[in-house]
Design a protein around this ligand. Sequence first.
Ligand code: LRH
Ligand code: MN
Length: 425
Amino acid sequence: MLSNDIIQQHNEKLQADHQFRLAYLTELLDRKGIDIQTIIDKIKAFQVAIPSWALGTGGTRFGRFPNGGEPRNLEEKIEDVGLIHQLNRSSNSISLHIPWDIPSDANAIKQLLKANDLTIDSVNSNTFQDQKDQPYSYKFGSLSHTKSEVRDLAIQHNIQCVEYGKMLDSKVLTVWLADGSNFPGQSHMRSAYQRTSDSLSSIYKSMPDDWTMLIEYKPYEPHFYSMVIPDWGTSYSLCQTVGKNAQVLVDLGHHLPNTNIEQIVGRLMHFGRLGGFHFNGSMYGDDDLTTGSIKPYQFFLIFNELVDGMQDPSVKNPPLAWMIDASHNTKDPIEDLLQSVNAILTTYAKALLVDRVALADAQENNDVLRAEELLRDTFMTDARALVAEASRQAGGAIDPIATFRGGKIRSGLVDKRGFSVATGL
Ligand code: LRH
Ligand code: MN
C-alpha cells in the first residue's frame, strides 16, 4: 500500500493548476446548463476492472523485455491493482485468468482483496494453452473439438473456473475460444459451431442463476482461416441459444480493419445482449495497446452510443462490465494501465456532455452538419480536469501517473521483488 501522504503531497503541488482548469470547465458547462458535480459523480461511480495478466511486461513471439518488480503471484497482483485503485479511485476490481491465478488460499485472498478495497469482477477460462500433464491437447480446439473427451475436458475446466469464482465472490465467467482452423477444408464449420453451442450450454447449466457468461468473439489469431466465434453475430446467436444470462463481450481489438464498432455496440444494446468490454487500443489487429491511444474519436463514438443507450429507458440492457485487456510491451505496466483508465473515464465524461436533445433534433431534421458538429464540438472539449477532480474528491491523485513516478514506486517494487517476471501473455 502507498502512504496517502505521497498522494496528498503531489496533489498540493498540482492544486492551483487543477483549480484553474476546473473553474474554466465549470463556467463552460454552466453556460450549457450542465451541472459539473453531476458529471463528476458519474465519473466517480464508473469503475474499470484491471486484468491480472497485464500487470507484467507483455511480449510477442519475437520478444519480451521485462523491466523488473513484476508481481510473482496472485497476492502481489492484488497489491498492484490495490495501488492503481489507491491512485485513481476508479479500478476497484481485478479480472482473473485460470490457471494463471488459481487461489492458493481463498480466504486469505479474500482478506487481501478487502484490505485493498477490491473485488473480483470476472474469471477468464483458458483453453487456448495445454497445461502440464493435461490428458488431451487443445491443439485442434476445445469446446468445438471433434472428440467428445476433449470437449468434456474443456467443459470441466470452465466449470472449475466457476468454482474458483464462487470461492472469491465473482459472478462472471468470461469465455474466449482460440478454436478455429488455418486452412480451407480443415474444419466443418457448421458442425464446429453446433458443438461449441452445446458445450457452452453445458457450462451455462452448471452456473448459479445469478452468474453471467460473457462470450468473447475474435476474427483471427491464433487461427488464420476461420475462428469458431469470429464476430458479434456469432456470439449474439450463441447467447440467445445458451441462456438469458449470456451476453456478448466486445474486445475493441477483435475487429477487422474499418469495422464500425460503435454501430455494433448500439445494436447489441438494442438487443439487450451487450455484456461488456475489453478495452484496448489497436492500429491493425489485436494489438492490445493503451486504450484510446490510436483512434480516440472512434472510442468517443463508442461511448456516445453507450451513453445514448444507458440514458434511454426503452433500452433493456444489463449493467455493463468495464474491463481492460491489454499487453504492455514497451511501457511500465502500471503506468500504462493508469493511462488507459484515464482515457476511458475522460472519453466517458465527454460522452456525458453531448447535448442529446439537440442531437436528436438535428437527426430528426436531417441537419447532417449540425448533428456531426454537436459530436465533434463535445469531442474537442478537454474533460481531463473532470476526471482529475473525481479522483481528488474520492481521495485519489489529481495526476496518478505523476504521483506513481514522483513516488518512485516502480524502483521500490524492483527493490522488493527483484527482476521478477509475472505470469500472463
Ligand atoms: C484473446 C483475449 C482474451 C483473453 C486473452 C488474454 O485475444 O483478448 O480476452 O483471454 O486475450
Ligand atoms: Mn480480450
